[in-house]
Design a protein. Structure first.
Length: 739
């Protein structure tokens, strides 16, 4: 029932060029118990179960599109914009909820819903309006990726807040710390284990096996996530982000997409099933106020956030106006609130109604940005606009950091990561290995041996991490430069080693104190001695280096694969002098009129002012193609130009097509026999001279010469009276030939 109605409604929405998400919501409303004129789905419990699976696969797919490396390469600009927008919109949403007298948890969850713009809807709007290749669209998509990550964190925090009777700042900080701990742990362990596992079974993997294994890993991480107190969706996202760093990521994305589409559709349909028209009528005023809050709030705070991130006033307004809607994550956060029983039943349909209205208004808000800027420019003094553009921050990632700052940051990150790994190993050893050894070697006189074995094995397992914690970055470029610059730097540099030695020794302190209850002085002595032995141990050094190299190899495997197959973007992309000039990718449609022509014949530079820097074909890259290079269907062109030039180029590429064949049914090929009679004009002519192929667009496939089988007709054969020839062609062509 759900899929039948969803199929019909989504076809209608596709025809109307509206986002399919809205079609799913409308389909859900049509099959809900609140719609008396249609058949209803009554088994609500099963629908919610399917919807939970849908959320899990949606976030798994989101994780597959997400890359930690991409976020790190973005620099500080998108982070500043994202944090500003999310914070301001959350506060605005909470204030609006408070103004209507809603409960505290309703206000908190409402703030989270209003802060999340829809990646799916904005991407679709950019695509429909032909803006996807423009520079501001790329900036918006970077912020949306970060918003999705913050939404995951927000879901965990909201769940933690909802579980407490009186949520406070300490509880929120604790939730964030837990999220950070498990994110680092899962990511590092996942990058070690998952690519190694997939590499070892690569020969056994076909599409079916890879799909089942990928979904199995997704569900396994979802179960693990629920066991440690997080949601299954959070675990699915983490596994998706781990698989995103593997060579198989592109295949997994394509294989998982149909599964994600199916269960995602059911989730959005379940959203529509909760829409109650009576509630919408009752809460018409709050819906109107919330719509205006999103439109005005995103236009103002969104533009302000992008200006803080370093964009000009015009670019910031384009970005801010584009984000004026809410979508799928708002539904997910509302579902979380309902499942926890902490928000009112009215809030879900209200948020759905707000999402539907703002989604319809999204293209108009995007188009409104430029006229709004032009009007603002006419009313504001030029000096003020110039001052605003000068005051916007330059891109923070281009500002060179001091050597000390870079060195201390790298040391801090290393110490944090290796500390989390060591803590995780110690926890596993004490919760699993120690009880196991106590069962195997039971008896009071053997308990000492159990503790000794546990301590030795635990120290050996964490030894590579403790050594890396102390020694890594001691031979880096920043360290050497600071050591050579001044003798004053020697003591602080040595102090950094001592601090890290104390941190490493504290793990050994904890193990000894937990298992043996020695005197503090003895424990400290043992800890320092063990750390010194670890630092000077060649075996530990080799193991530490091997683990680090394996991690780096696994982390870079997708980049290596992209370079080998020519998919990686050129390094000079970010170094173009004119900020308005950038690179965009365009795929040549299969029915393009450009196919078969050379670049010289197309004259793209003269017509559109763009330059084709590379042609990506299958697994090969043709860099700096010359005028004799031929364009083939499916080629991916990397083109350099300004926003306006690339827009004109995209429009020409997408419009200069052969067009659809409106008489497709007439293209069926048929086989007919034809007798050469005395009045035929083909008598005495050869097959070449007859014009059957050239003039009539038919083909002679054989001739009967008193035999059961057809004989092949040579091009030099001359037709004679009484010949029976068999001809293949379209219906109209055959009729013309026979007549």
């Amino acid at each position: 029932m759900i899929l039948v109605v969803a199929g019909i409604v989504t076809l209608l929405f596709k025809k109307l060029k509206q986002p399919l998400v809205l079609g799913y919501v409308v389909a859900g409303f049509l099959v809900s118990p609140h719609m008396p004129y249609t058949m209803s789905v009554v088994d609500q419990a099963d629908i919610h179960t399917w919807a939970d699976i849908g959320v899990m696969f949606l976030l798994f797919s989101l994780g597959l599109d997400f890359s930690f490396k991409k976020i790190l390469k973005m620099g500080a600009s998108p982070v500043i914009a994202t944090c500003t927008i999310v914070f301001c919109m959350m506060m605005l949403g909470m204030l609006v909820g408070h103004a209507f007298g809603w409960a505290k948890m309703d206000c908190i969850f409402l703030g989270g819903m209003l802060a999340m713009s829809s990646t799916t809807i904005i991407y679709k709007a950019f695509d429909d309006l032909g803006l996807r290749q423009q520079q501001f669209a790329g900036i918006v998509m970077s912020v949306l990726i970060l918003e999705d990550i913050l939404a995951i964190v927000m879901m965990v925090m909201l769940a933690a807040i909802a579980s407490g009777n009186n949520p406070d700042g300490g509880q929120m900080i604790g939730s964030v710390a837990r999220i950070g701990f498990f994110l680092v742990l899962w990511f590092v362990v996942g990058i070690f284990a998952i690519p190694l596992f997939l590499r070892s079974v690569r020969r056994l993997m076909n599409n079916e096996v890879l799909l089942v294994v990928s979904l199995g890993l997704c569900c396994a991480m979802a179960v693990l996530s629920t066991k440690v107190g997080f949601s299954s969706a959070f675990g699915a996202f983490v596994m998706g982000s781990i698989l995103a760093e593997t060579i198989e990521a592109e295949k997994i994305i394509k294989l998982v997409e149909p599964v994600k589409n199916l269960f995602g559709a059911i989730f959005f349909v379940s959203v529509g099933m909760l829409v109650d028209p009576a509630i919408l009528v009752k809460y018409a005023l709050p819906i109107f106020v919330l719509v205006m809050t999103i439109l005005i709030g995103q236009a103002l705070f969104g533009s302000f956030g992008f200006m803080l991130a370093g964009e000009s006033l015009k670019s910031a307004m384009k970005c801010g106006f584009s984000m004026a809607q809410i979508g799928e994550f708002s539904f997910i956060i509302a579902s979380l609130g309902l499942s926890l029983g902490v928000i009112g039943d009215f809030l879900y349909p209200v948020v759905v109604a707000v999402s539907v209205i703002t989604t319809f208004l999204t293209p108009y808000m995007i188009r409104l940005a430029t006229p709004a800027y032009n009007k603002l420019e006419r009313h504001l003094p030029n000096r003020l606009i110039s001052s605003l553009n000068r005051l916007t921050m330059s891109h923070p990632n281009t500002i060179e950091k001091s050597k000390w700052k870079r060195l201390l940051l790298q040391m801090g990150v290393n110490t944090l990561i290796y500390g989390i790994l060591s803590a995780a190993i110690i926890t596993l050893m004490f919760t699993i290995f120690l009880p196991f050894m106590q069962r195997v070697l039971s008896g009071e006189h053997l308990s000492v041996y159990v503790h000794i074995i546990t301590a030795v094995v635990t120290v050996l397992l964490i030894a590579p991490f403790l050594r890396a914690m102390v020694m890594k970055k001691n031979h880096s470029e920043e360290w050497k430069a600071l050591w050579q610059e001044s003798n004053v730097n020697h003591l602080p540099l040595i102090f950094t080693i001592l601090v890290r030695m104390v941190v490493a020794a504290s793990f050994v302190f904890y193990i000894c104190n937990r298992l043996f209850h020695f005197r503090p002085a003895f424990v400290i002595t043992i800890g320092l001695a063990v750390v010194i032995l670890i630092v000077y141990s060649r075996w530990v050094k080799r193991r530490s280096i091997r683990l680090e190299r394996l991690f780096i190899l696994n982390l870079r495997s997708r980049d290596i694969e992209a370079q080998v197959h020519g998919h990686k973007r050129p390094l000079y992309e970010g170094r173009l002098l004119d900020r308005d000039i950038h690179i965009a990718d365009f795929e040549v449609p299969a029915d393009s009129l450009w196919t078969g022509q050379t670049l010289r014949e197309l004259s793209l530079g003269k017509k559109y002012g763009v330059h084709v820097s590379s042609i990506l074909r299958a697994n090969r890259r043709l860099n700096i193609p010359d005028g004799h290079s031929v364009i083939f269907p499916g080629d991916k062109l990397q083109v350099i130009g300004s926003d306006d030039q690339l827009t004109t180029f995209r429009h020409a590429l997408e419009s200069e097509l052969y067009g659809e064949d409106m008489e497709l049914e007439k293209r069926e090929m048929r086989l007919r026999s034809m007798v050469i009679n005395s009045s035929s004009k083909f008598i005495g002519k050869t097959l070449e001279e007859s014009g059957i192929r050239d003039q009539y667009n038919c083909m002679v496939v054989g001739i009967e010469q008193g035999e059961e089988n057809l004989s092949q007709v040579k091009p030099t054969y001359r037709f004679e009276r009484g010949d029976i020839i068999w001809v293949v062609g379209e219906e109209d062509a055959l009729n013309q030939l026979l007549s």
